[in-house]
Unconditional design. Structure first.
Length: 494
């Protein structure tokens, strides 16, 4: 072999090296674009090889939502999984036939049978339960309507599980909102017709399952909770520049929406409880150091209440998404410029604090009576049987730290808490109620129309009688006039 190989004719060593480097770089790019890299069962998309729309779809955590962190992560995982499946091609039952459905690289267009359906054109999504015998294996249907300039077009998807249908519809709705050319005036209507009007009522769910289910629309479907503040027992002196204080309760901090936030009127802090100067503090510390250790242990075991403060908070209603749930609160000082936090507290709403107010059967009534008898014997009572509110003594921690303790217990907040669970109206019941109300209104309209017709007939009769009476009076006047004229004529003849 030639120890010094010469480059091909017309190429210098530098140019051949450049050509080889460019080819390697080109094939490297192709390999990076075509190979699917997997790590721990997840698809990894590099930022330098993906478009902006792809990054936005897979980086769903950047979106601002009002969901909790756990809900946000769950939604992100669902969207990413379905995006990965649809980009590769997912076999679905579309219009009674099994076909592969794709998403384009920007995840803005749905491809089916060689046709593209832009997600921004989705105008309606209807969920239904297919009762056809041919669809027994895939009964959960989703009808997606696309609104185009030439006319509407619809695709009907069928799924074997209700969860798959929900996740697919959720993914389409989220990807639809990512389109930069989406018209904000075009809304997407979502309808659910899974249950027939004549369908039998479902079995009553157990109490534990009802309260642990997550509720996303808390203001409408949350678990009601009623509490009252009895008093605030001050245990240590308060460091505050203002004597005006108030309490705040948060279901979802820092949201201050209705039924998720409560605030008390302002109350004055007693002057005897406010913190004094540093010199007086030092003298008191020296006096405390001279005391015996036994007295200190006794004072630590028995909390000395300096004073009590009352807050006008009675029968305050909040709603929680599920039980157990932690409610966060603050003791605030109202300053001239801005409010400051004096202390913080939190308490957990447990299952034992709730009362089951759902409709009961005869067997359940007998069980409840037996449980009430057991309660009198000081035995354990089942959940949902509470009739009286629960008394809680919630510790309030100061926002400042002392030299001896990192977290100083400032006070104890005494509150009474009671929650309840009621029957949830189903869509069928709401429809029936609306129909009954409409029937009643129609019946009232008919009765009103009949009454008006009767009144009109009576008025017509009265008018006719008046007209007859006026005609008789006119006839009598004419007769009188005739008699007068005849007398005048006879007098003239004479």
């Amino acid at each position: 072999p030639n120890p010094n190989p010469q480059p091909p004719h017309g190429l210098s060593p530098s140019s051949s090296f450049a050509a080889q480097f460019s080819m390697d770089f080109f094939f490297g790019l192709l390999g990076a674009c075509t190979d699917t890299q997997k790590a721990a069962g997840k698809i990894v998309i590099h930022d330098e090889y993906a478009s902006e729309m792809q990054l936005n779809a897979f980086e769903f955590r950047n979106y601002r939502t009002s969901l909790e962190t756990t809900q946000h992560k769950l939604l992100e995982r669902i969207v990413n999984q379905w995006c990965a499946m649809l980009v590769k091609g997912k076999t679905l039952k579309v219009n009674d036939f099994e076909e592969k459905v794709y998403l384009d690289k920007d995840m803005l267009n749905l491809e089916y049978s060689g046709e593209f359906f832009p997600l921004k054109a989705i105008a309606r999504m209807e969920m239904f339960k297919d009762t056809d015998d041919m669809m027994m294996e895939v009964p959960w249907g989703l009808d997606v309507t696309f609104a185009f300039d030439k006319g509407d077009s619809s695709l009907r998807f069928n799924f074997s599980q209700e969860r798959h249908r929900l996740n697919f519809a959720l993914t389409l709705r989220i990807l639809r909102t990512r389109d930069p050319s989406l018209d904000l005036g075009c809304t997407c209507e979502v309808l659910a017709k899974d249950y027939d009007e004549e369908e039998e009522e479902e079995e009553k769910q157990p109490f534990g399952k009802v309260i642990t289910a997550q509720r996303f629309n808390i203001q409408a479907a949350g678990i009601p909770l009623v509490f009252s503040v009895t008093e605030l027992r001050i245990l240590n002196r308060i460091q505050s520049s203002s004597r005006h204080t108030y309490l705040e309760f948060f279901v979802r901090y820092p949201r201050q929406d209705t039924l998720l936030y409560a605030k008390s009127p302002t109350t004055h802090i007693p002057q005897s409880v406010l913190a004094v100067d540093d010199q007086v503090k030092k003298k008191k510390k020296k006096d405390e150091d001279d005391e015996d250790g036994d007295k200190k242990q006794i004072s630590e075991q028995v909390e000395e209440v300096l004073c009590t403060m009352k807050f006008e908070m009675k029968n305050i209603k909040l709603k929680v998404p599920r039980v157990p749930h932690t409610i966060f609160g603050r003791l605030m000082a109202k300053d001239d410029y801005f409010p400051t936090v004096i202390g913080t507290f939190e308490f957990e709403v447990k299952k034992s604090y709730l009362q089951d107010k759902r409709a009961l059967d005869e067997a359940e009534l007998e069980e409840r009576k037996n449980m009430l008898k057991k309660k009198k014997r000081n035995q354990v009572v089942a959940d949902g049987m509470r009739t009286q509110p629960e008394f809680l003594s919630v510790p309030v921690t100061a926002t400042w730290s002392s030299q001896e303790e990192s977290s100083l217990k400032l006070a104890n907040l005494c509150i009474r808490v009671l929650g309840y669970v009621t029957d949830k109206e189903k869509p069928n019941q709401e429809k029936r109620q609306k129909r009954a109300e409409q029937d009643e209104e129609k019946g009232q309209d008919k009765e009103g129309s009949e009454g008006e017709e009767e009144e009109e007939e009576e008025e017509d009769e009265d008018v006719e009688e008046d007209e007859d009476a006026s005609e008789e009076e006119d006839a009598e006047e004419e007769k009188g006039d005739g008699d007068g004229n005849s007398a005048e004529e006879s007098s003239d003849e004479e």
